[in-house]
Design a binder for this molecule. Sequence first.
Ligand code: F6P
Length: 749
Amino acid sequence: MRRMFIFILPILIIVATGFTIFGIVQVRAEEEKLMDELKRKAKAVAESMELSVQSVLTTQNKRNADYLVERFQTRDRLQGCAIYDAEGEIVAITARFSDWESKDKPYLADVIKNKVPRSGMEQFKDYTVYSYVLPVLKEDGTALGSVEIIYDTSYVLSRLTEIWKSISVTLIALFFFIVLSSVIIFRQMFLLPVLRLTDWFKGFLKGEGDHRHPLRDEDELGKLANEVEQVALSLRVARRSIVQDAQKQLNIEDVWTEDKLRSYVQAKLGVRTMLVVSNREPYMHMADAVTGKERCIRPASGVVTAIGPLLHALGGTWIAHGAGDADRKFVNSKDKIGVPPEDNRYILRRVWLTKEEEEEYYYGFSNEGLWPLCHITHTRPIFNEKDWDTYQKVNQKFADAVIQELPSGPAFVFIQDYHFTLLPAMIKAKRPDVVVALFWHIPWPNPEVFSVCPYQKQILNGMLACDLIGFHVQYHCNNFLDTANRLLECRVNTEKFSIVRGKQETLVRAFPISIALPSAEETVSEEVLVKVREEYKLEGKIVAVGVDRVDYTKGIGERILAIDRFLEKHPDYKKKFVFVQIGAPSRTHIKRYHDLGGEIDELVEKVNWKHSDGDYKPIIYIKRHLATEEIAPFYALADMCIVSSLHDGMNLVAKEYVAAKQDGKGVLLLSCFTGAIREFTDAIAINPYATEEFADAIYTAVVMPDEEKRHRMAAMRKIVQENNVYRWAGSIVTELSGLGKHNHEKPSA
Ligand code: F6P
């Protein structure tokens, strides 16, 4: 109310002042006009009487003089006329002005003497009157006397009062109109939007409502709402963390947990904003192709599996490509959304790419160039200038987003993977004070292989702006150090395992990535297991499972060939052995992946036809993206899990399977070309290229005594429990906390 008063008062003052000035000007003009009229009229009347007065004064005819002045008696308005002789004595006067006779009139002598007319305002009783005196002369020019016309001026005043009255009435009506319209405008344009925003803000903090504020205008209020929206999101995320902080376990356990990591990070890094950058986003909104209904999925990705729990524990902002076809619908005005959707723990900032950018940066340079280059699986890397140009542009686009999100204080930017080799240098160019680390989720090849990349120097230069670069295994670290040493001018410090260029030192470390163990609530119920067994006819069968993105590096074809060979060698397992392959379609836009899809379909068809018996088929191929909770029953049911990557940085499916086998009744067949094989020495190691050995390994798993299975699985489960993703993040933080000592430009950790 007070604000409204403050808003309206100046308007009213301006309008009132305007009207007063207008009134004064108008009244003055009217007064001048009326007085002019009156003067002209008095002069004209006096002049029209001049001859008659001359005659009555010459003839001294009193009767005629009385007749002349009495004509004024009949007029409505108070008017009169007096005729004077040369001495100023009254000859005749209108009766209603008889008292005028006694009035002192010094001006009469001047009129006679100077023989010029005189006019002026005089007081008569309660009236102010106008007097006009005209000298009456003889033919020879001597004065005979004078005639005076007297007009009452009070009607001028009445007229002016009327004008003031009408101005006042208009002003009051205008005041009323202004107040009313201001109240309506104020309410519609300011009060209601603010109330709507307040309701949205309160609801959003409580976890109700969506991520977009209700004001869609681009004006100042809209801009304010955009800012409020960001604050609301940060508050919502921060609130959850504070609640978690309050509940944190202060006792230091051996097993790393979310809480332990949170306390550790706070102790080591202090209050430092954490930004994660990856190409793949942790949550993707997709519209169903048939129903159009939108749903939120967690993409099949090692990055998502590992980094998700980290941000869940620590909060912060994750910047990633918004690749879901319904993604734009769920972000706020700054392209942000709180995730997980049902329990906002951190902020996802989506970066939009054009089709062309996606084509050239993601499909082209990243996945047709760097991916095969680093995996060395006999798929030729393709490099071309256009893809490279776009790769640089997209890195810059993400760098801009990072700079935008960075606070002015200390921050830690954690970049993921080969999509962003140039990003570290771009960030450091603008913000040398922030700590930048990059984790490389895929293998790093030896210098000979890497040197085929035409942009090798730019890539290494970009990466070496990092304070820390992490790989899954020491072997990849060594390859990277060799590559930098061979292809760049730099000093490799083999004691510290770092690369020094000028003032910049980059630590290179192995951090074997891991997963978060599933919680008790995630244990698959017996009811779900029964349902899955029934649906896929798995009852009484030996079940093997494979879970992969459909990628040529995963060795899915090699796996099927090994199963074929196993059934050839051990036909008595037909109808007893079933292999379930869950394959999430991936990068299908690339010809090699498209072809691979066809090759696997064909192979499954061929092997199934070959070993089919009645309604028995040895391979069940589930060719779609499955959510974590949909995959869980297959892990739980499977007697073995086959991971046969031709080359893999780590492979988290192996770890997921081990984590899921609570009863210990399962065998892991693991490719010797994965990073995971270095930790899982109790897995059955396989060479996916050696079909015969691979088939025998399947047989070994099938006939392995339960006791041995349990023994091996227990050893692997211990590794996953101890070296979970929280410990992985803890190790990175330990390295980062030492960085302040290396570089004085950075705030101490
Ligand atoms: O783990 C390696 C990786 O390339 C990740 O970067 C990525 O999240 C995952 O594989 C899945 O690939 P994409 O994101 O291309 O579907």
